[in-house]
Ligand binder design. Sequence first.
Ligand SMILES: Cc1cc2nc3c(=O)[nH]c(=O)nc-3n(C[C@H](O)[C@H](O)[C@H](O)COP(=O)(O)OP(=O)(O)OC[C@H]3O[C@@H](n4cnc5c(N)ncnc54)[C@H](O)[C@@H]3O)c2cc1C
Length: 383
Amino acid sequence: MRAVVVGGGVVGLASAYYLAERGVDVTVLEKDSIGGGSTGRANGGIRAQFTSGVSVALSKRSIEVWERFEEAFGTDIDYRRTGYLFLARTDETADRFRENVAVQNDLGVGSEYLPPEEAGERCPGLYTDRYVGATYAPTDGFADPHLALQGFSRAATAAGVTVETGVEVTDVRTDGGAVVGVETTEGSREADYVVNTAGPWAARVGEMAGLDLPVSPRRRQLLVTAPGSPVPADAPMTVDVDDGVHFRPERDGRAVAGGHFTDRDPEQDPDRYRTSNDLDWAIETLEHAAGVADYFGPDSEIVRGWAGLYAVTPDHHPIVEETVPGFVNAVGFSGHGFMQSPATGQVVAELVVDGEASTVDVSALTADRFERGETLHEGTVID
Ligand SMILES: Cc1cc2nc3c(=O)[nH]c(=O)nc-3n(C[C@H](O)[C@H](O)[C@H](O)COP(=O)(O)OP(=O)(O)OC[C@H]3O[C@@H](n4cnc5c(N)ncnc54)[C@H](O)[C@@H]3O)c2cc1C
């Protein structure tokens, strides 16, 4: 069986690896370079603190892989399990947190509701008097997306996957409604399956198979700051839910900070968007961070920053299914595609080889759920 994977990001390479492991002859076609899309711009956050069952399941299964990634793939991905700390400034948000924790505990996630003083023990610089409550899960954390992509890429190649960079897929060929291959800038390729892992370009690749996928590229920014006082290396990924700012420790006391503070969120052209920070956003982000913890203040320096694209669906959940015969989508991961890539890769391989997913029940992640009005709900979206 032959499969062409369209897109050399982490979802594409994980899918390619697990497909090859199941005996499929796989070619990854990447129009640019490996990791040149969203993967190379991600924050690396890994969490199971979601409220939707399918998101929790994808993350939990993925965390099992992240935990033993170095052993299995021979690559140290700088995986740090310092937890995610969600912070509430209002009673309303704190009430929601209590509900979230109950749901998560039912789904097997070891999150807990914390009073502000205990949140301060997790994140020592926290202005605890500004918060009503928090949630925390010690098994959440973050890793380096570049290293993880390299790990999957090396393992995929070793398993027999061919990776072609600088090759753009321009059309999907079908015969009698079933996929038979793709056209590319370097000629045509035959395939029994085409897997769409094109990230922010996913709707364009879907169109080639006659699909109208509701996956919209939205710009998000991050910056690395050298704060006035160092952020401890074991501080959690800290998310002020009512304010919108988040930060996590980087190396040497530095932190990666981000947030989306406006309702303006225009759809972007993935080939033509601004990949550097907006200066006013960077200043605003540091000001917001300074309102959360005492690490950040007037002495904070901006070391570097960048912008990338979330591939957003209307319900912030991905589309993972064989949508037309031979055409599998693994798209629309918003801010979760890195963390959920291992389980997604496994599911993609099952969809292709077995005709159905068994690792995680992805039956809710169909493309037509939006038309049917069966959208999913997630209570912990990080914008
Ligand atoms: C600022 C920011 C922070 C984020 N933080 C996190 C986080 O903390 N945790 C997390 O889990 N996720 C995070 N994400 C989301 C994460 O980056 C994505 O969900 C994930 O990288 C998606 O991977 P992918 O392989 O699907 O897509 P991509 O990495 O975008 O890869 C798609 C690839 O397809 C290629 N391509 C497109 N069209 C074609 C074509 N026609 N032919 C050939 N190749 C094509 C592109 O060049 C690209 O390389 C963040 C994203 C951003 C922007």
